[in-house]
Design a protein around this ligand. Structure first.
Ligand code: SF4
Length: 181
């Protein structure tokens, strides 16, 4: 029996390496990189390069979407002063999940998910309902998992240290860079 096709939205290599390692054996896995929130562009390219390295190591295909900064700025307009975990982050999660779900639905994937729940301040109970709702809209099942759990954080930390993978010290957007959230 052929494996189910799984699209994993990844925010960065440190958050996703242990997940990619776990999923690649059980699914026909594709990594999906869509993160127009990352600022500045130099940082975006740095994080993307490390995701490419992870994918190349295990020969996992990667979909590299456009860096739609203007669209992201429009999506969070008026929410610039929100704290991490607030309304700006929900818009940011929604934008990335919508694109992943849409791509998965249009390209015949069975399941999709996101590495976002790996982030120490990112709550699965905010991210998963968004994932489910976009999954229903585009006809693809959302795999809800709190990837922080199950020893994956420790495993991921060791894996990125072994490979000397770049680990950022802020979430991604210009506001998180200013506040180092
Ligand atoms: S803090 Fe992180 S999740 Fe929140 S809006 Fe900025 S990049 Fe997105």
């Amino acid at each position: 029996m052929s494996k189910q096709r799984f699209l994993l939205h990844t925010c960065c290599a440190p958050c996703s390496i242990a997940i990619v390692d776990e999923l690649k054996s059980n699914y026909d896995l594709t990594v999906f990189f869509y993160n127009p929130n990352i600022h500045p562009e130099e940082e975006y390219l740095k994080r993307k390069k490390e995701v490419v390295r992870v994918c190349e190591e295990w020969n996992v295909p990667m979909v590299d979407m456009d860096y739609e900064v203007e669209k992201w700025n429009d999506a969070v307009k008026g929410l610039e002063k929100e704290p991490e975990g607030g309304a700006r982050c929900s818009k940011c999660f929604a934008m990335r999940l919508k694109h992943a779900a849409e791509y998965a639905g249009k390209n015949g994937f069975d399941i999709y998910s996101t590495s976002l729940t790996s982030g120490r301040n990112k709550k699965a109970d905010i991210i998963c309902p968004l994932g489910v709702s976009f999954g229903e809209k585009y006809g693809v099942e959302f795999h809800c998992e709190d990837w922080k759990k199950g020893g994956r954080q420790e495993k991921g930390k060791k894996m990125i240290e072994d490979r000397d993978i770049y680990r950022q010290d802020y979430c991604g957007c210009v506001y998180s860079k200013a506040g180092k959230v």
